[in-house]
Ligand binder design. Structure first.
Ligand code: FE2
Length: 187
C-alpha cells in the first residue's frame, strides 16, 4: 500500500489524532518529491537481507544504522521526548527513517508553510531533506520501531524554528526555487 499524506487541520486536539481537514485533502508522493521528501516501500520482515534496502544504502551512502523503539513502557521521559520530537525543527543532514513496526506521523512544511502529515507504517521508508521544517509524533497506536540511517557518524542535533539563516535551511530554500525553475522551463 502506498503511503498516505494529507494537509493538516491545525487545532489543539491530541497530536496523535490524524488531524484531517474537512473534506480530506490528500497529498501525492510526487508532491512530496517536489519538497525533496523521498519514499520507498520495503519488506520490514527481511531488512537484514533485503537487497533493495542494501541498494538504497549503497547508492546514498547510508553506512550508519541503528534502531529506535518508541513506546511509553520502554522509554524514560516518554512524554518529554515526544514533545521534543514534536517541536518544529530542521537538521543539517537528511533525516532517514524506516518503519519496521507500528506507525507514526512525520509532519513537514510545504512551500506555502502548510503542514503536511505523512503517515508511516510498517515497510515505509522516508528521507526528509536537510533544512526542511518538520516534526514527529506517534499516532494513537502509541508504538513505533524505526531504523535510523545516516551518512557517516550520526549527528542528531535539531535546530528549532526559526532557522532562516542556517546554511542548510538556505540551501533547502534555494533547492526549492531551483526545482520550480526547472519545472517552468520544462513546460
Ligand atoms: Fe527531526
Amino acid at each position: 500500500m502506498a503511503i498516505e499524506a494529507w494537509f493538516m487541520e491545525e487545532n489543539n486536539e491530541d497530536k496523535r489524532l490524524p488531524h484531517h481537514r474537512s473534506p480530506k485533502e490528500f497529498v501525492s508522493i510526487s508532491k512530496l518529491a517536489e519538497l525533496g521528501v523521498l519514499y520507498w516501500n520495503l519488506n520490514p520482515n527481511d531488512y537484514e537481507n533485503d537487497k533493495e534496502l542494501q541498494k538504497i544504502r549503497e547508492s546514498r551512502g547510508y553506512n550508519y544504522m541503528d534502531f529506535l523503539d518508541l513506546c511509553p513502557e520502554r522509554m524514560e521521559n516518554y512524554e518529554e521526548k515526544l514533545n521534543n520530537f514534536f517541536t518544529e525543527h530542521i537538521h543539517a543532514d537528511e533525516e532517514i527513517r524506516y518503519c519496521l513496526e507500528g506507525s507514526g506521523y512525520f509532519d513537514v512544511r510545504d512551500k506555502d508553510d502548510r503542514w503536511i502529515r505523512i503517515w508511516i507504517k510498517e515497510g515505509d521508508m522516508i528521507v526528509l531533506p536537510a533544512g526542511i521544517y518538520h516534526r514527529f509524533t506517534l499516532d494513537t497506536g502509541n508504538y513505533v520501531k524505526l531504523m535510523r540511517l545516516f551518512v557517516g557518524e550520526p549527528v542528531w542535533a535539531a535546530y528549532n524554528r526559526p532557522q532562516e539563516d542556517h546554511p542548510s535551511r538556505k540551501g533547502y530554500v534555494r533547492s526549492l526555487t531551483e526545482k520550480v525553475g526547472v519545472s517552468i522551463e520544462a513546460h
